[in-house]
Design a protein around this ligand. Structure first.
Ligand code: 6PG
Length: 239
């Protein structure tokens, strides 16, 4: 994996830096193609970033030009506290003027395979894909699990072997739950991929992933992969 890494003193400075990178990507895409196609990540780490975008950047970006997607979703209703969509709605979507049709939610309330197929259809339609064409996201935000998963590509799960589909249902045995996740193919053509990693609990796995050890997150390839981490997560990295 070709990558760059930036280490920030704490999670607040990490979120501020990530918001600035997000806004730059947003403006560059709107200038270049008149819109901005971004994949949001789930979990806790990005929530501070989302809150900053909804406050500091609320009036500075033209949200009507943004299309938001999710890299993965839990198979729960959109009102569930577990829902990645619900977390992003509370911290960001409910506070910005983004047209509802520009919010491409994974329908976690559907049976997993139906939700995955419906989402793939949404990607195909939005990007006008045919044959082997892949989505050209302008920015993909990713998190890193302590077990080295990213999106909902957990170690040892079937989704990791998917070579054709862009979105799949994935049973995660250790969580005893289903997820819907983009596959590695779906983000391969992204212009920019940013991993956001925070906290001492991720220090060991971050080092292993950057050393190329066999974890799902280490399989992510893209034009430009940027790791933005706080000093706790970066404890073991000689940056
Ligand atoms: C999810 C995420 C997942 C997340 C990592 C890190 O649905 O949970 O998409 O891939 O990014 O698990 O989560 P934290 O930021 O909560 O540590």
């Amino acid at each position: 994996m070709k990558y760059r890494i930036a280490v920030y003193p704490d999670k607040t400075s990490l979120a501020k830096a990530a918001a600035s990178v997000f806004a730059d990507a947003f403006k560059r895409s709107v200038t270049g193609k008149g819109s901005f196609d971004a994949v949001l990540s789930g979990g806790e780490t990005p929530l501070l970033l989302y809150s900053l975008l909804a406050s500091e950047y609320r009036a500075r970006l033209d949200w009507t030009k943004a299309h938001f997607f999710w890299g993965d979703e839990r198979c729960v209703p959109p009102v569930s506290a577990e829902s990645n969509y619900n977390s992003a709605k509370a911290s960001l979507l409910s506070k910005i003027e983004i047209p509802p049709n520009n919010v491409h939610r994974i329908k976690g309330e559907l049976p997993p395979i139906e939700a995955a197929k419906a989402y793939e259809k949404d990607l195909v339609s939005h990007f006008g894909l045919s044959g082997q064409m892949l989505p050209s996201f302008d920015l993909v935000l990713l998190g890193l699990g302590a077990d080295g998963h990213t999106l909902s590509l957990f170690p040892g799960t079937k989704a990791l072997d998917e070579k054709e589909r862009l979105v799949v249902e994935n049973h995660v045995g250790k969580l005893n739950s289903w997820r819907v996740t983009m596959t590695l193919r779906a983000i391969e053509k992204a212009r920019q991929i940013i991993f956001l990693v925070s906290g001492e609990g991720k220090a060991a796995v971050l080092k292993d992933v950057l050393d190329g050890k066999d974890y799902p997150a280490a399989l992510v390839a893209g034009k430009e992969v940027l790791w933005m981490v706080d000093s706790e997560a970066g404890l073991l990295i000689d940056s």
